[in-house]
Design a protein around this ligand. Structure first.
Ligand SMILES: C[S@@+](CC[C@H](N)C(=O)[O-])C[C@H]1O[C@@H](n2cnc3c(N)ncnc32)[C@H](O)[C@@H]1O
Length: 304
């Protein structure tokens, strides 16, 4: 069972899914970020309702999300209406070469399933090892990463990927703890260490002082920006004429990249922006799904 609530389902319905079922010749919808399967399920329902032979191919680098989807969508997989792939979305293009790709969605970041599972170490609200990997079968954990870098690099990561003004102090305290063999492989320990490293008046504000550092480390451990750059470059080339690609991002580092890339494509006149400004969730959606509050959604279309 997933606890993840899909973000902006209505906007995705109107801009991507309804458009997708308009194409008569059979084609593919690529869900780059399967997660709890909410958006994939939406697309599948429309394919069925319109009695089309279109298919969905959905990617996730998280093996747990893939397993969950295999049982949730057992029938769709058996009927070859859905294919799920355990791989990073930077590899998605290879899977859809020579197919008619009418729609692509990337709903970036992590799901509530990952965030709320203490053992993943993604959140400072739950106790668990400092792992933070979306794909726990590959790469190195956050704890190992912290043992492989120097203070300057850590400061730079926290400053650039977390946009954290106390990056210098936080990096110093973490590296000192590590060098004194006091750094524990524990999310709550790291959160407390960070909290105590910022000036006293910033320790108990509305936003926990570890928020930005955790975000930065997670982005680094999972190469999230490199992954995003890769689909922005590759997936648009896979789109069929009239096909659309939508990206939901959750922080300015991501949105800036999406905005700039889509704008450049639009200027080259082979693509058009479906709407100049990003869509943001309605107040109603934010009230029922607080995770949606920082979402921004942009869509581009390949011109016919
Ligand atoms: C925000 S959730 C997606 C939620 C999904 N749209 C839904 O409706 O349930 C993001 C998911 O994408 C996966 N993910 C993030 N970056 C990825 C990447 N580079 N390649 C493959 N999967 C990725 C995460 O593991 C996570 O399960």
């Amino acid at each position: 069972m997933t606890v993840h609530l899909s973000v902006m389902p209505q906007e995705i319905q109107e801009t991507l899914i309804e458009r997708f079922v308009d194409f008569q010749e059979s084609g593919v919808f690529v869900d780059c970020t399967l997660g709890g399967g909410g958006h994939t399920s939406q697309v599948l329902q429309w394919i069925k309702r319109h009695n089309l032979s279109h298919r969905v191919i959905a990617f996730d680098r998280d093996g747990v999300a893939i397993q969950r989807a295999c049982s949730r969508f057992e029938d769709d997989i058996r009927l070859e209406r859905l294919k799920v792939v355990h791989a990073p979305f930077s590899e998605a293009c290879e899977y859809v070469k020579n197919q008619r790709v009418y729609g692509v969605l990337a709903d970036l970041g992590i799901s509530s399933d990952q965030l709320d599972e203490g053992q993943r170490g993604m959140s400072f609200r739950f106790e668990g090892p400092l792992d933070m990997r979306m794909d726990q079968s590959k790469g190195i954990s956050c704890f190992d990463y912290l043992h492989h870098i120097d203070q300057n690099e850590l400061e730079n990561v926290i400053r650039t990927l977390g946009e954290e003004k106390f990056a210098g102090r936080i990096a110093r305290v973490i590296i000192e703890a590590r060098d004194q063999k006091k750094l524990e492989n524990n999310s709550l320990f790291l959160a407390k260490l960070i909290q105590n490293s910022v000036p006293k008046k910033f320790r108990y504000g509305r936003i926990h002082p570890a928020t930005r550092t955790f975000q930065a480390l997670r982005i680094r451990v999972n190469d999230e920006l490199e992954e995003l750059d890769s689909i922005l470059k590759d997936m648009v080339t896979c789109l069929h004429e009239g096909g659309r690609m939508g990206v939901i991002s959750f922080h300015s580092l991501e949105d800036r990249r999406v905005k700039q890339c889509f704008r450049e494509l639009h200027q080259k006149k082979k693509f058009s922006l479906v709407q100049k400004k990003a869509w943001v969730p309605t107040d109603e959606e934010i009230a029922s799904n607080s995770r949606a509050r920082s979402a921004k959604y942009r869509v581009i279309e390949k011109v016919r």
